[in-house]
Design a binder for this molecule. Structure first.
Ligand code: 9PG
Length: 530
């Protein structure tokens, strides 16, 4: 253990070099950082876009989120059962003074946890390189961002586009006709991208248009382009479900565990999900061809989703660290996409930097504040909802110099929306700060006033000042998010119900049935709206 008397912590590392503007570059694994006090809070960073990133209590840690069948979709499954507060690539503790002591990896495959009062950093392979410093949270994260940019690169684009995305209103009920109508209704609203989300494909892994797009995806793209906008398309290129032909035709392309079993990538669309092995040359070829096809159809904006699948632990065709394997797959897709805008989603954060233009920095929003089932009973903060999205996104805004940060969509509509005006305003403010402006509100759902407010909002370029990671000034107006971010305190009954739900959620048949019911009721609701 090396003591640094001028610092507020001591370091145990293979090597440590002081940096001219404070802090240290360290090598080794594990790395141990000991502050001379017992910290109360730990800054946890989620592995992929949706994963919880927040200050969390140390003495009474949050329980392991449920249900476990969703772990591969919501957190790094390797650490799913780690009870001590932990997170991917970096972590920090807070000193009584409010300063933080920060430990952040400069390499992939790194993890930080709190053990007693120690911050402990480990790497999955080899000797890690780390940055460690004390200071204000904003200051240390800004220096970390600089070091990460040197290693991973950063986006070529200063300004993210304004996007209309089909998901958060029409969900999987999209069809060519409805989208054409929505496109027409956008009129003079200043959206630069019209992005078709989930619902156009035959299956996850079968990226041909389904029967709801009888004229093919080219037809829709040319209508979009005729309005002067870029056409955008959603794909989950690294996922495959059993109903896709690829699942039967190329079992060797799928990621397997050490015992030859398929690695679970979670459960969605009423089916179990599996991952492609991005070290398999045939998979890389297929991915490149898929991205080129999307370009040929006329799409210049790709939202590549559920990308964590490429970095799940498993036995790969070519043996390499899982995040390196993912990055290799992403690089192939990036190159095949040429100069198209690439938005990554459900993506491991550090391994995506330098290769994408934008990245989703939080879980999905929803037209409600929280789902009591997910937040109170299952203590799952990666599930859709506005509170979850705000909480995680705010802790990821330090990424702004490196990549366009997508906090997910905001709402202006009242129709089909359970959010209060204040809650809608918080989301609008977040998107203004993050810089990435997107919505799914179909113009025909908006009142005249709402449409006007949306237009004014889209055109605004306010001055943003950081006060603290959870409070900002937007054109001089102070916005404080902190009062909205508290975690629920579940009762004994909540915990009991959570356990029952956990058991039920691990029955795939029940999940598929629920998925069918939800889709059916959404279809009926939307059929009633013009
Ligand atoms: C389309 C959507 C939208 C959305 C993405 C992603 O089951 N899950 O845990 C789960 C998480 C996120 C999610 C869907 C399911 O949403 O973030 O914008 O594109 O896929 O299916």
């Amino acid at each position: 253990m090396q003591d640094h008397p001028s610092e507020t912590f001591s370091i145990q590392a293979a090597s440590s070099h002081p940096l001219t503007n404070g802090g240290y570059l360290l090598t080794g694994s594990p790395i141990k950082i000991a502050p001379p006090y017992q910290p109360e809070r730990y800054l946890q960073h989620g592995w992929q876009s949706w994963g919880l990133s927040s200050w969390v209590p140390i003495r009474h840690p949050l329980p392991i989120p449920r249900p476990s069948i969703m772990h591969p979709m919501h957190l790094d499954p390797v650490f799913a059962h780690q009870r001590r507060p932990n997170g991917s690539w970096y972590g920090a503790v807070e000193a009584p003074s409010g300063e933080v002591v920060f430990l952040g990896a400069l390499d992939l495959g790194a993890h930080v946890e709190i053990n007693g009062s120690f911050l402990v950093g480990t790497t999955e392979q080899g000797e890690g390189t780390w940055f460690c410093a004390a200071g204000s949270q904003a200051e240390v994260l800004s220096r970390y961002a600089g070091l990460i940019a040197e290693r991973m690169g950063k986006t070529r684009l200063q300004h993210p586009p304004r996007v209309w995305c089909s998901w958060y209103s029409l969900y999987a009920t999209i069809d060519a006709e409805r989208l054409n109508k929505t496109l027409k209704d956008l009129g003079d609203l200043p959206f630069e991208v019209f992005q078709v989300d989930d619902g156009w494909q035959r299956a996850i892994g079968d990226w041909r248009p389904n029967e709801k797009f009888p004229a093919g995806m080219e037809a829709l793209a040319s209508l979009v382009r005729a309005t002067g906008r870029k056409a955008g398309l959603w794909l989950a290129p690294l996922l495959v479900v059993p109903s896709a032909p690829l699942f039967r035709e190329h079992p060797d392309w799928l990621l397997h565990g050490p015992g030859g079993e398929l690695v679970s990538a979670g459960f969605n669309w009423g089916e179990p999900c599996y991952a492609l092995d991005t070290t398999h040359p045939a998979v890389l070829e297929w991915l490149a061809a898929l991205m080129k096809a999307v370009r040929t159809w006329g799409y210049d904006y790709a939202k590549l989703d559920f990308l964590y699948a490429g970095a799940l632990p498993g036995k790969r065709h070519q043996d390499m660290p899982r995040e390196t394997a993912y990055r290799q797959g992403l690089k192939v897709m990036r190159e095949a996409l040429g100069d198209a805008y690439l938005l990554t989603c459900g993506a491991p954060i550090l391994p995506s930097l330098g290769l994408c233009d934008g990245i989703r920095i939080g879980p999905d929003v929803a037209p409600y504040w929280i789902s009591p089932r997910d937040s109170r009973l299952l203590m799952n903060f990666a599930a859709p909802g506005v509170q979850n999205a705000l909480r995680t996104c705010l802790q990821r805004l330090w990424l702004r110099p490196l990549v366009n940060t997508d906090p997910d969509v905001f709402y202006f509509r009242t129709l089909q929306n359970g959010l209060s005006p204040d809650q809608k305003a918080l989301l609008q403010d977040l998107a203004q700060i993050a810089g990435f402006k997107g919505t799914s509100d179909p113009p025909s759902w908006l009142t005249v006033q709402e449409r006007q407010a949306l237009k004014t909002y889209l055109e605004a370029t306010p001055t943003i000042e950081l006060i603290s990671p959870t409070s900002y000034r937007i054109d001089g107006r102070r916005v404080d998010f902190e009062p909205y971010l508290a975690f629920p305190q579940p009762s004994a009954l909540d915990r009991l119900l959570g356990t029952v739900l956990e058991i039920l959620a691990n029955i795939p048949l029940l999940l598929s049935t629920l998925d069918r019911i939800e889709r059916g009721s959404l279809q009926k609701t939307l059929a009633r709206i013009p």
